[in-house]
Design a protein around this ligand. Structure first.
Ligand SMILES: [Zn+2]
Length: 391
């Protein structure tokens, strides 16, 4: 059987079930499933990628072909001509000049040349003989109204192209943004990602260091497509799905309610809206990831306290005990770029200093002995100068 109309579509991998359902609904609604054979062939899988700092989720490419097989048993419909405007639509290849000339309004079956609206070029599959027929004569050997079948074919073709875009990835990135994700899955994923790779906002993202939200989105998509992955990632995916099911939204809601009560902000309001609604689209990923970061910081702030040197402010001395780097941040001032280091001891005492020649190379999580001066104290942080470390 020849392919009549072939459309190549690219669909988000997670949306393929929805896509096939939509297609079936479309055929059913047009009552076309009895007269049109619709086959969907899987062509390829397109893996996820990072493109211009943005996570592009994995997609599947399909070929959808609509055939006349069921509409005209034993025959193939080659072309349709709308005689009211002279537009010829050919299915399954170009028409020859001779075939085109034959579609002049005369029906070759009844040999009548009368006023009509539709004309069809039909080929007998057994003999390969072609015939130009009018609508009512076509009904004699195919028992169906070909005008309606052609209209349905055109409608379905247009609807698929409109919804999924022919040979385009618009459905991929465009609709990924509007798909709803469970906030508990997003938060569970953000908890994991922030803990393992830290926080990078979309504004500060680079190609080599994508935004945290992209990784969180990636992890959520993985959790939803677990069946496509190997054993190792299947386990990670199951753990994330479990973490999402176990996640208690109450602490998040309490934190956000407190934020709104103490210092109202657009951000806090949007957190509350997402938590109340229960799901979010792509645009909520950055904000929900940042909620995890903000809650973590507030917890750290409660535990941390300033270091009060016995020697007093401004005196060079060895700090007692061991200190661990809890935060590293690249900053710049009018004097140039510098690295800001936040270190903490086992009691939560916290100091902050600009990296010097004597602290060059300190890493996040590294523990060492510390020497220097405390020049000032603000809230829970002591500010240092002349810092040096003994690793
Ligand atoms: Zn006829």
């Amino acid at each position: 059987m020849e392919k009549a109309i072939v459309i190549v579509v690219t669909v988000l991998r997670m949306a393929t079930v929805e896509f096939e359902k939509k297609l079936a609904d479309m055929l059913k609604r047009r009552r076309a499933s009895k007269v049109i054979d619709c086959t969907v062939t899987h062509l390829e899988e397109i893996p996820s990628k990072i493109e211009s700092h943005r996570y592009v989720p994995p997609m599947s490419r399909f070929e959808v072909s609509l055939n006349w097989g069921a509409a005209i048993p034993g025959h193939t419909l080659l072309a349709h001509m709308d005689l009211s405007n002279g537009i010829v639509t050919s299915f399954g290849g170009e028409l020859s000049q001779a075939e085109y000339k034959r579609m002049d309004g005369r029906c070759e079956l009844c040999n009548q040349d009368r006023e009509r609206k539709h004309q069809f070029l039909v080929r007998d599959d057994a003999t390969q003989a072609t015939q130009v027929v009018g609508g009512s004569c076509a009904r004699k050997f195919c028992g169906t109204n070909l005008e309606n079948v052609v209209a349905s074919m055109n409608y379905i073709e247009g609807a698929i192209k409109e919804a999924y875009g022919e040979e385009s990835e618009s459905w991929g990135s465009g609709n990924a943004s509007s798909l709803p994700f469970d906030v508990r899955l997003v938060l569970a994923s953000a908890e994991h990602v922030v803990k393992t790779i830290g926080w990078t906002s979309r504004q500060n993202a680079t190609d080599s260091r994508p935004a945290t939200a992209e990784f969180v989105f990636n992890a959520c998509c993985d959790a939803l497509w677990g069946k496509h992955y190997n054993e190792e990632s299947k386990k990670a995916v199951q753990e994330l799905a479990q973490a999402a099911r176990d996640l208690d939204l109450a602490p998040y809601k309490a934190f956000v309610a407190n934020e709104l009560a103490t210092k109202w902000s657009d951000l806090a309001q949007s957190w509350q809206n997402m938590l109340d609604c229960g799901d979010t689209d792509f645009h909520g990923f950055g904000r929900l990831s940042y909620l995890v970061v903000a809650m973590g910081r507030s917890k750290d702030n409660k535990q941390r306290k300033a270091y009060q040197p016995e020697a007093g402010l401004g005196k060079m001395h060895d700090f007692p005990g061991q200190w661990t780097v809890v935060n590293l941040k690249a900053n710049s001032s009018e004097w140039g770029d510098y690295l800001a280091v936040t270190a903490q001891d086992s009691e939560g005492r916290t100091v902050w200093f600009k990296s010097t020649k004597k602290t060059t190379g300190v890493k996040l999580g590294q523990t060492f002995q510390l020497r220097g001066k405390v020049t000032g104290i603000k809230d829970t942080i002591s500010f240092m100068s002349h810092a040096s470390v003994i690793k």
